[in-house]
Design a protein around this ligand. Structure first.
Ligand code: NAP
Length: 498
């Protein structure tokens, strides 16, 4: 079995620890996809020093030239889309259609970065004094630690690494232990595309060891993290203490509102896709469905009928509609939440247990699950379950629907199905979330728009589009005085100076 190595200073090297860990297929736990080197603080040290050394050179390469390398990476990823998507489906459990989408998001982001190489716009503005220019430049930050979760193993590292490199930073990438294979492929593609040694470094290993070593390293200037709010909060504490630039993209408890005037067929398509894509393991997954009382019974019946008929199984089979969850611990966590829901008094009307028998016994499959009689304050309606579990909540009107939607500590994605333009506008205005879809599900972000959330979903940054460059650049303000004399801002007047 091939052993996958770290990538440090342009070389594929094993960890000094000599230890390894396995990457297994969640649909068939007997299948080992690869053996990966397990790194320590010492390996992190080498990777950071390599990135620090390369920064001097890379930060001086003109952005359009850095962009050309991103374009080559996009082209290679496009050529290998099917191969990478197949690996992704195997190690992450996403169905093929979604795995291709995950890779496509990486391709789109790389092409966007290529274009950004000829933009990286900043502002200039008039000075308050004569014969003086005032302008700004976007400068790179330095060495960035990129730490990502397993649920989008190509898209999420791509969202961070392409803009980070385009902006002139160098990177030490710590991928998730549960989906390290895609990280290897992505870095290999960057190497082939011509990224110079040291500019991207890859260190496999656990969050506690490799992750923590990055957070406290004095040569790491920024940390770009996507993952749970729990780990995000730890990162804010540890890296924040070391005064690093930190961007955090964290959990969600997203809801779809279905109004009494909604096109119910359309709302159904959206709700099923939002709730059960990636087996509910998306930060933007629909885990609450808030339905107007007038259409509640009808919509619930439609939903349960569709959810019951979902084909759950091997992600590589093109007819499969939902794959397994990532691992045993995740499946146990989902099941614990189902038990909590029952104890709290919610009524389980579909699923609520692992799938058993045949191929199901080999992997971590869980039945599409539906709860009704859910009080908005119950834990199953408040906490991120990260599985194929939805809570139906009945409401009397739009105001109540929005209050329920807003009533959690998270604020990532949201959706409303309505044919009434005023309902839609009120929802846009009142919903507390980073993203609101009108007549679309809570999932489906496009790479060229800002992505992120409010409240405990993050710390105010937005990935995606042009806003991600706020994370990966520092603004340099420049004043150019060509008056030939000392001009004092706020003190001299233009009449005196002119
Ligand atoms: P996680 O447990 O927080 O792990 C995320 C990453 O952090 C992994 O690489 C993990 O390493 C690492 N890590 C763990 N402990 C660490 C520490 N003390 N210091 C530094 N790094 C550490 O999240 P997950 O279970 O992989 O992913 C699911 C979560 O991600 C959900 O909450 C989901 O909502 C969120 N998510 C958010 C977004 C968004 O954009 N808002 C997108 C996708 C997912 P190991 O793998 O080695 O443990």
């Amino acid at each position: 079995m091939k052993e996958y190595l770290n990538y440090i200073d342009g070389k594929w090297v094993p960890s000094k620890s000599g230890r390894t860990f396995e990457n297994r297929n969640p649909a068939n736990w007997d299948e080992i996809i690869g053996i990966f080197t397990k790194s320590t603080k010492e390996d992190v040290e080498e990777a950071v020093q390599s990135a620090k050394k390369a920064y001097k050179m890379w930060s001086k390469v003109p952005a359009p030239k850095r962009g050309e390398i991103m374009r080559r990476a996009a082209e290679i990823l496009l050529e290998r889309k099917e191969e990478v998507a197949t690996l992704l489906a195997k190690e992450n459990g996403k169905i093929m259609k979604e795995a291709r989408g995950d890779v496509q998001e990486g391709i789109d982001t790389a092409f966007y970065a290529f274009g950004e190489g000829r933009r990286l716009f900043s502002f200039n503005t008039p000075s308050e004094l004569p014969d003086k220019f005032a302008l700004t430049f976007r400068m790179p930050v330095g060495v960035f630690a990129v730490i990502t979760p397993w649920n989008f193993p190509i898209a999420l590292p791509a969202w961070k690494i392409f803009p980070a490199l385009l902006a002139g930073n160098t990177v030490v990438f710590k991928p998730p232990s549960d989906a390290p294979g895609c990280a290897y492929e992505l870095v290999k593609i960057l190497e082939e595309a011509g990224v110079p040694p040291g500019v991207i470094n890859l260190v496999f290993g656990g969050g506690g060891e490799v992750g923590e070593a990055l957070l406290t390293h004095s040569d790491i200037r920024g940390v770009a993290f996507t993952g749970s709010s729990e780990v995000g909060s730890r990162i804010a504490e540890v890296a924040g203490k070391h005064l690093k630039k930190i961007s955090l993209e964290l959990g969600g408890k997203n809801a779809q509102i279905v109004m009494d005037d909604a096109n119910l067929e359309l709302a159904l398509e959206g709700a099923i896709w939002g709730a059960y894509a990636t087996a509910g393991q998306r930060c933007t997954a629909t885990s609450r469905i808030i339905v107007h009382e007038k259409v509640f019974d009808k919509f619930l019946e439609m939903f349960v009928e569709r959810a019951k008929a979902l084909k759950v199984g091997n992600p590589l089979d093109e007819t499969t509609e939902m794959g397994p969850v990532i691992n045993e611990a995740q499946r146990n966590k989902i099941h614990e939440y189902v038990e909590i829901g029952k104890k709290e008094g919610a009524k389980l009307i579909l699923g609520g247990e692992p799938l058993k028998g045949g191929e199901y016994d080999k992997g971590w499959f869980y039945k599409p699950t539906v709860f009704i009689d859910v009080d908005p304050n119950m834990r199953i309606a408040q906490e991120e379950i990260f599985g194929p579990v939805v809570a139906f909540i009945k409401v009397k009107n739009l105001d109540e629907a929005i209050d329920v939607l807003n009533g959690t500590m998270y604020g990532l994605s949201s959706s409303i199905y309505t044919q009434d333009v005023n309902n839609a506008m009120r929802a846009i205005q009142r919903i507390e979330a980073g993203i609101t879809y009108i007549n679309g599900p809570t999932i489906g972000a496009e790479c060229h728009l800002p992505f992120g959330g409010v409240k405990h979903t993050g710390n105010g940054h937005r990935e995606g589009g042009w806003t991600v460059y706020e994370i990966f650049t520092e603004m340099k303000t420049v004043y150019i005085d060509f008056s030939g004399k000392l001009q004092k801002a706020q003190i001299d007047t233009w009449e005196e100076q002119g």
